[in-house]
Design a protein around this ligand. Structure first.
Ligand code: PLP
Length: 424
């Protein structure tokens, strides 16, 4: 059982739930988290997120609220806003979006006026690494706007800017989205801005995956180039689960109105507080070192996977994630991810560009290093992780072999404790 005070209250009130959380804590401690969109929030972030701030309603913005009693919530939200602006060099920040998906919808609603006759948005397609909320059919974002999608080059699997420009000229979008959920290379925001300018569109960015790398100087920032930038706060940025919008000052009012009262009610003040802590932690030399180590670790992982006979998409990575084709080892992505999970290596199956397999059983697996790097994993550790990944895919039918790998993974995790997870 955890030594954290809140968990001990929980154990007294609701032992069933406390038991489940303790088991999840144990699972997180023992397994290697390779899902690139996950991380470990620090104990300080968890403490702020679990505070009494959850008890307070604060519809509105600092000093313009619909409820009394904001003496401390106002400065907390201002702290988060000012830290976000300072860290990313943004004119304006809105820290209220509940998560990345509502942040994206708010961004589109803010920048495309209700009565505009151009509701066209050009974003990266899901099969090429875009996110659902970039207008994929099953996402509500596609209901309100008219989306077209660009892809990646069939040979290099990287963006082909000539092709994107040609498509933008033809489609004449009001907005172009630069951002991805499974693109392993640097996103050239300056180039996207040139294309947007050329076709009279606004550039918006979704830096959900790479926000921590941007904060730490390990990836170029979209902030100078984009009218607005949406992000999640819980991935590489290592904050609480949430969303955030940054924008140029001329869009500040529209962005704020789109979030509240446009799409949301009261802000989650406990999350705002956790975010303020995460932004404080991200503005340190330690975090800048962390961001660069995330990339170095991912590059090492890509190298090992490639040498083990897996096909690394684009031949490597510039960021925190590696997308690889598992078919050369005879396994679909789903079979590979299942075997890895049994070996204590937690990842997700993923389509690869131009995948001929169906989305629920695609050819690839996506792995990332943000969480392992938060545990202090080194380049040498990544060599082991890469070997274990390949071994587990090869041994996918052999329960004993997978259990042996799981025990080796557990030994490494035991000497690399997860931040925020209390030690027993
Ligand atoms: N944008 C991108 C690029 C993402 O990868 C994600 C989540 O994975 C989101 C938006 C949505 O974030 P959330 O799951 O917090 O709604």
């Amino acid at each position: 059982m955890s030594h954290l005070v809140p968990t001990s209250h929980l154990a007294a009130v609701d032992p069933i739930l406390a038991g489940l959380i303790a088991q999840e804590e144990e699972r997180q401690a023992q397994t290697a988290k390779l899902i690139p969109s996950e991380n470990y929030a620090s104990a300080a972030v968890l403490e702020a997120s679990g505070s009494v701030l959850t008890n307070k309603y604060s519809e509105g913005y600092p000093h313009k609220r619909y409820y009394e009693g904001q003496q401390f919530v106002d400065p907390i939200e201002e702290l988060a806003i000012n830290r976000a602006k300072a860290l990313f060099g943004a004119d304006h920040a809105n820290v209220q979006p509940y998560s990345g998906s509502p942040a994206n919808l708010a961004m589109y609603c803010a920048l495309i006026p209700r009565d505009s006759d151009n509701k066209r948005i050009l974003g990266l397609g899901l099969p090429a690494g875009g996110h659902l909320t970039h207008g994929w059919k099953v996402s509500m974002t596609s209901r309100f706007f008219d989306f077209a999608h660009y892809g990646v080059d069939p040979q290099s699997h990287r963006f082909n800017f000539d092709a994107i420009l040609a498509q933008a000229r033809e489609f004449k979008p009001a907005l172009i989205i630069a951002g991805a959920t499974a693109y392993p290379r640097t996103i050239d925001f300056a180039k996207f801005a040139e294309i947007a300018e050329e076709v009279g569109a606004l550039l918006v960015a979704d830096m959900a995956h790479i926000a921590g790398l941007v904060a730490g100087g390990a990836h170029p920032s979209p902030v100078p180039y984009a009218a607005a930038v949406a992000t999640t706060t819980h991935k590489t940025l290592r904050g609480p689960r949430g969303g955030m919008l940054l924008c140029k000052s001329q869009y500040a009012q529209a962005i704020d109105k789109a979030v509240f009262p446009g799409l949301q009610g009261g802000p989650h003040n406990h999350t705002t507080a956790g975010l303020a802590v995460a932004l404080h932690e991200a503005n340190t030399e330690d975090f800048r070192r962390y961001a660069h180590q995330v990339v170095a670790n991912a590059q090492m992982l890509a190298e090992v996977l490639q040498s083990e006979g897996l096909q690394v998409i684009t031949g490597g990575t510039d960021n925190h994630l590696v997308l690889f084709n598992t078919m050369p080892l005879g396994a679909t992505g789903k079979q590979a991810a299942k075997a890895m999970d049994l070996a204590g290596l937690e990842a997700n199956f993923n389509s690869i560009p131009f995948d001929t397999q169906p989305p629920m059983n695609p050819s690839g697996v996506r792995v990332g290093t943000p969480a392992l790097t938060s545990r202090g994993c080194s380049l040498d550790d990544m060599r082991h992780i890469g070997n274990w990944i390949a071994r587990s895919i090869r041994a996918r039918e052999d329960g004993d072999a997978l259990a042996r790998i799981r025990s080796e993974v557990g030994d490494l995790m035991a000497i690399r404790p997860a931040p925020g997870v209390p030690l027993r």
